[in-house]
Design a protein around this ligand. Structure first.
Ligand code: NAD
Length: 502
């Protein structure tokens, strides 16, 4: 039996939640709630409101008022920066508590929450980084094209009310990546977390209010896609939709944005390749690649390197190291320091992953190890033994679809051209890694691979660098200047300087 998470829930004071609308903690008008079931133990954690259209309308109107009439977009830029820094300080001070609440949501093991991107430190750094942008968002002065004595310049203004929707896998980090740049730009926000990861978001929202955000600037509506998300993305008073999640839902968000021409940015899924050449440090390449699909979130990571393209000469070492990493995986209660990896988030995802593993076998790939549901003591959770396929062709479903589970598909290649062709033969384009000791080859591949982020002999996400996808992996970027500018409109100002031009 996986030990109970209930004592941790009680110690953390997580109980039935409320959502944040116009600075007040509210229940749903209908009284509807959703009870969160822990993915490792099957225990009920607590309930939170399911916001219906009336609740979402109240939240959007609060954000609208805060934008149209409130102090936030009008405040001195430096003052906004101070509040963002105060959020960073509180997130840092409460980092440990936040990641523990997150473990009640999605069962990311605490051992993994010490890794930078899933830590409270990362959340704090994202807010701190964007605090610095509040007084640096500038337009430009342009030479008058037709001559004459007039001034032409641009202003960057906040886009308005943002409707943000995030998934369950890294709720704290993903909240920060959306909300910090939007706040820095002077926007107001209604955020909908995933129904599978709500409590850490509510805890962080409380800290954000404590930091001094004026009421209505940041609102949280809780509940599933239908009805809550749907009501938010179709609300006519929202100016921009900012979505992170699956491609299927992303397409719906884009269609919703078409009504009224809302601005939209999308951070979607991936099928990222790790391209491993024979001259690489193959052990490190294998450990890192297999690590992205097994440790921590068990492959439930948008930028997991789920297609390993391995030079035939490196295959044996790659497989041996991958098997060694898989054998290190330990499942169980996320608060147990020995536990390395999370269960799948819900039974639906468990069925989907097992279905794709069966399909891989039916299509002729060789399942070298893993791929079955963990039974016995682990039967309370949605655990799947880490799996590795060889003899994979890039046409198979396991090479084309985002599995979002602990499954690595290994495709062998003979030369660089073949590796590049396979790497780019995907509808996605979120990330890639290239493993080689030849810098010229690394740069050739980096320039030719169609993906938003390329790691050379390693991979990490930084709070100040742009992150996002080519093709079906999304549009727009989070992190750094591109993210903040994505929450602005550009206004051109024409100022005649002579009487004749007036
Ligand atoms: P999902 O698309 O099922 O859900 C994401 C969010 O959308 C949830 O909050 C959900 O309630 C909401 N939603 C669902 N239907 C909706 C609708 N019709 N209208 C409005 N909102 C709706 O994704 P998930 O299972 O929570 O997360 C996994 C996916 O997220 C994967 O595809 C992964 O690659 C992607 N992801 C991408 C990034 C990135 O930065 N590119 C980061 C993390 C996760």
């Amino acid at each position: 039996m996986v030990t109970s998470i209930t004592p941790y829930r009680d110690e953390l004071g997580v109980s039935d939640g409320r959502m944040l609308i116009g600075g007040q903690w509210s229940a749903a008008a209908s009284g509807a709630t959703w009870t969160h079931v822990h993915p490792a133990t099957g225990e009920q954690v607590a309930a939170f409101p399911v916001a219906g259209p009336a609740d979402v309308d109240r939240a959007v109107r609060a954000a609208r008022r805060a934008f149209d009439e409130g102090p936030w977009p009008r405040m001195r830029a430096g003052e906004r920066g101070k509040i963002l820094r105060a959020i960073a300080d509180l997130a840092r001070a409460h980092g440990e508590e936040l990641v523990k609440v997150q473990a009640l949501d999605n069962s990311v093991p605490l051992s993994f929450a010490e890794i930078y991107v899933t830590s409270g430190e990362f959340v704090a750094d994202v807010f701190e980084h964007h605090a610095g942008w509040t007084d640096k968002l500038a337009g430009e002065t342009l030479p008058p094209f037709q001559g004459g004595d007039h001034l032409v310049f641009t202003l960057r203004e906040p886009v308005g009310v943002v409707g943000a929707v995030i998934p369950w896998n890294a709720p704290l980090m993903l909240l920060a990546q959306k909300v910090a740049p939007a706040l820095a730009a002077g926007c107001t926000i209604v955020l909908k977390p995933s129904e599978y990861a709500t409590f850490a978001v509510l805890r962080l929202a409380g800290l954000m209010m404590e930091a001094g955000l004026p009421e209505g600037v940041f609102n949280v509506v809780t509940g599933p896609g239908d009805p809550t998300g749907d009501a938010l993305v179709n609300h006519p008073m929202v100016d921009k939709l900012s979505f992170t999640g699956s491609r299927a839902v992303g397409e719906k968000i884009m269609a919703a944005a078409a009504h009224g021409c809302k601005r939209v940015s999308l951070e979607l899924g991936g099928k990222s390749p790790a391209v491993v050449f024979a001259d690489a440090d193959v052990g490190t390449a294998a450990a890192t690649t297999m690590g992205t699909v097994t440790l921590g979130l068990s492959g439930q990571v948008c930028v997991a390197q789920t297609r390993a393209l391995v030079h035939r000469e490196a295959l044996e070492e790659f497989l041996a190291t991958s098997q060694m990493i898989a054998s290190m995986v330990s499942y169980g209660n996320p608060f147990d320091p020995e536990v390395t990896s999370a269960p799948l988030i819900n039974p639906r995802q468990l069925d989907r992953v097992l279905g794709l593993i069966t399909r891989g076998q039916e299509e002729g790939a060789t399942l070298v190890f893993g791929g079955t549901r963990e039974e016995g003591d682990l039967a309370t959770g949605n655990f799947v033994a880490p799996a590795l396929f060889t003899d994979v062709s890039n046409e198979m479903a396991i090479a084309r679809e985002e599995i979002f589970g602990p499954v690595l598909s290994v495709i062998s290649f003979d030369d660089e051209d073949e590796a590049l062709r396979v790497a780019n033969d995907t509808q996605y384009g979120l990330g890639a890694t290239v493993w080689t000791s030849d810098i010229r080859r690394a740069m050739r591949m980096t320039k030719a691979i169609r993906a938003g982020t390329i790691g050379i002999n390693g991979y990490q996400v930084e709070p100040n660098s742009p992150f996002g996808g080519f093709r079906s992996s999304g549009m727009g970027r989070e992190g750094g200047r591109a993210a903040v500018e994505g929450y602005t409109e550009l206004k051109t100002v024409l100022l005649p300087l002579t009487d004749e031009m007036m």
